[in-house]
Design a protein around this ligand. Structure first.
Ligand code: ADP
Ligand code: MG
Length: 243
């Protein structure tokens, strides 16, 4: 397996607290990897460090054949190679959905508005949000907002999609429509690294599951193994909370 993204021995602390303690993880092109673990185990920090939203203290991150942890890299250029969706507050409230979706294409990638809008509208149509393109985000349900946020993240055709518990803030009845979109993207071959508490979804869609425990990867493997036959007592203990 050649890795598209490779993290080697990442260390990150906030003050006295070591949040990532030697994390090494690979992501191949078209692979879907789910990061699971208790709240506070370092999932968000890992995703933020990988996409250079947060500086690491030690270790190395390689994207394609570029060492993106080299302090000399242009972090903004590297960040544009990732599409990122967070738990909430993804869309700018003062802009239409369409302007949200086209913003990066127009500003970062300097694409003409007309071209960016044509592509954005096609994507919004595809996820059933064509009618909402001219609305402001507060006119959309939480599930629609997260689907729009995913569309915004993929609009620039990023190499990797990072999803950080994107359904955790949603009312339960809105979770399904968002996961369905992620499933479609996975089926289309999108490379996805997602932190999630949706175990059934991870089991179904992810090619590999990584269990993060207090800033270390305690075990990883195919979902059937990690969920069906976890090796580590801590993984077993964690998973019983979702039964
Ligand atoms: P998870 O996403 O698995 O819940 P996080 O990566 O958000 O875990 O957090 C891991 C630990 O790092 C937590 O103890 C959290 O309080 C701490 N942490 C995260 N971000 C910051 C920050 N910007 N400043 C200080 N502490 C932080
Ligand atoms: Mg988190």
């Amino acid at each position: 397996m050649t890795a598209l993204l490779r993290a080697e021995d990442l260390w990150k602390s906030f003050g006295e607290r070591d949040v990532l303690r030697g994390v090494s993880v690979d992501l191949a092109a078209h692979e879907v990897v789910a990061v699971i673990g208790a709240s506070g185990s370092g999932k968000s920090t890992l995703l933020r460090c990988l996409s250079l939203l947060e500086p690491i203290d030690d270790g190395r991150i390689t994207l394609g054949d570029e060492d993106i942890s080299d302090p000399r890299v242009d972090a903004n250029r590297v960040r544009a190679r990732f599409g990122v969706v967070f738990q909430s507050y993804n869309l700018f409230p003062h802009m239409s959905v369409l302007d949200n979706v086209t913003l990066a294409s127009r500003v970062v990638h300097r694409e003409a508005r007309k071209d960016a809008e044509t592509r954005a509208l096609a994507l919004l149509e595809r996820v059933g949000l064509g009618e909402k393109a001219r609305d402001h985000p507060d006119r959309l349900s939480g599930g629609q907002q997260q689907r729009a946020a995913i569309v915004r993240a993929i609009a620039t055709d990023p190499e990797i999609l990072l999803l950080d518990e994107i359904t955790s803030a949603l009312d339960p009845e809105l979770v399904g429509e968002v996961l369905e979109l992620v499933r479609e993207l996975a089926q289309d071959g999108t490379t996805i690294l997602m932190a999630t508490h949706e175990m059934a979804f991870a089991r179904d869609v992810a090619h590999r599951v990584v269990f993060l425990d207090e800033g270390r990867i305690l075990e990883q493997g195919p979902p059937a193994e990690v969920f069906g036959n976890p090796r580590e007592a801590r993984t077993q203990e964690f998973l019983t909370r979702f039964r």
